[in-house]
Design a protein around this ligand. Structure first.
Ligand code: FES
Length: 112
């Protein structure tokens, strides 16, 4: 039996976790701002919706040492970003044109 068709072409999750105990967390690196930027850029490009792209909030994904992180499915592509320019590149390259942004890939060994 083959898998059913995907509801979204790309599903993106941003870790927005905040910790108040001084430990590393994505919220300390403007994760909310990056999430909002990604959503607005996806919408502006007309990429949002069924069969296209969905951008969602997520809690800690246990890769805090590499934070801030976002992950794109299918393919489980983990990104570590710094600023809006990085987010815009992920939207344009990966979500619009299907090309992974190699320079922003999260180092594979970094976990929590
Ligand atoms: S706080 Fe973002 S992955 Fe853990």
């Amino acid at each position: 039996m083959s898998a059913p068709p995907s509801y979204y072409k790309y599903h993106v999750f941003f870790c927005l976790n905040k910790r108040d105990n001084g430990e590393a967390c994505c919220a300390d690196h403007n994760a909310e701002g990056a999430f909002a930027r990604c959503k607005s850029q996806v919408k502006a490009a007309g990429l949002n919706g069924p069969g296209k792209v969905r951008v969602n909030r997520a809690g800690c994904m246990d890769r805090c040492a590499a934070g801030p992180v976002a992950v794109v499915y299918p393919g489980e592509t983990w990104y570590t970003y710094v600023d809006d320019k990085d987010i815009d590149e992920i939207v344009e390259s990966h979500l619009k044109n299907g090309k992974v942004v190699e320079r922003l890939l999260t180092p594979p060994h970094l976990g929590r």
